[in-house]
Design a binder for this molecule. Structure first.
Ligand SMILES: [Zn+2]
Length: 340
């Protein structure tokens, strides 16, 4: 039964009965998209299906001429006899798990997900199924996230200290998701908030979708007097190696990622501060999410899947790795971006 709902193919995860793909990486006629990060949402598909919440951010990724259909979370659509619905994944705005049901058998493809609170998107919703395809970007017991509220307090404190030294705070974050999550948590009483244009475009998509974010401005490099006192700047990682930062004088730089849990990563990324903040589930989060599905079969994808597969098998769950081209929380997710 699993084989009629899910197969690996050269173009990505394929549902033969429904004749559609989930997050395909080659051009196909019908693509169901879990979320708009570049490694999941590629250009060139004939038809896209995503959530209503995810429409604007997917449109930004795949272009104005793309054919995009949307459904609200939890609404069922029947495609060639397969009942398809999208359920919140808690990863970024509009992110979804894809539920597929055929003749009573249910497969759920998680896409990327997190179970911790994020004020900028709907919370992860456990969906019961027979087979669960789980991402595993941080699938090692060493990954255990601190409370995000404490991390946001650290970020505001770092900004305050940077401002008091007369420097500019610059935090590098993915334009889609991480940037808005950080922005939402900033304390605007500390100073002005500036965003790189690539970030601001997505801020607008978030606001237009109903997410409340603090006021931001885009710095105008043509005006020399626009270096605001005590500002924080949110910029995509690609801005780090460009001349874009020069007008801001002395900067204290930071980044926020799950990889900051690994010693040496901050120095390798050449930033002054590293905050542990991820839009993926940590090890306990993965186990919690997997167990809530009650699935008898778990297919694990992204990252080092071996330890998770072994752990699940020891618990008596039928588990295997699934090969995909998804990169998770790495620079490649930003590869679709260009700088001015
Ligand atoms: Zn993602």
């Amino acid at each position: 039964m699993l084989e009629s709902l899910l197969q690996e193919s050269p173009a990505g995860l394929y549902c033969p009965q429904g004749d559609f793909y989930v997050d395909p990486w080659r051009r196909v006629s019908r693509a169901v998209i879990t979320h708009a990060h570049a490694d999941h949402a590629r250009t060139g598909m004939d038809q896209y299906l995503t959530t209503e919440d995810g429409h604007r951010v997917l449109r930004r990724r795949v272009g104005n001429s793309a054919h995009i259909d949307t459904i609200p979370y939890g609404t069922t659509l029947t495609i060639n006899g397969v009942r398809v619905s999208l359920h919140p994944a808690g990863h970024v705005l509009g992110s979804a798990q894809v539920r597929m049901e055929y003749q009573g058998y249910v497969v759920v493809i998680s896409g990327d997900y997190k179970v911790l609170h994020d004020a900028t998107c709907r919370p992860f919703e456990p969906v019961r199924c027979n087979a669960f395809v789980s991402e595993c970007t941080f699938g090692l017991p060493v990954f255990r996230w601190p409370n995000p509220d404490e991390v946001f307090e650290q970020i505001n404190q770092w900004w305050r200290q940077t401002r008091d030294r007369g420097e500019t705070a610059v935090i590098f974050a993915y334009s889609l998701g991480k940037a808005q999550r950080i922005l939402e948590s900033l304390d605007p009483s500390i100073g002005p908030i500036l965003c790189h244009r690539a970030v601001e475009e997505l801020n607008e998509d978030y606001r237009d979708t109903g997410v409340t974010l603090p006021e931001t401005t885009v710095p105008d490099h043509r005006q020399k007097s626009t270096r605001p006192e005590g500002a924080i700047i949110i910029a995509p990682p690609a801005a780090q190696d460009s001349s874009w930062l020069k007008p801001f004088g002395i900067c204290s730089t930071a980044t926020a990622s799950g990889w900051m849990m690994i010693r040496g990563t901050r120095r390798w990324m050449s930033v002054d501060r590293g905050f542990v903040l991820s839009d993926h589930a940590d090890w306990p989060g993965l186990l919690k999410a997997i167990s809530a599905t009650d699935a008898e079969k778990v297919l694990v994808t992204h990252g080092r899947t071996g330890p998770m597969v072994r752990w699940l098998r020891e618990k008596g769950i039928d588990s295997n790795s699934l090969s995909t081209k998804f990169t998770g929380e790495s620079q490649e997710a930003e590869s679709g971006e260009t700088l001015p």
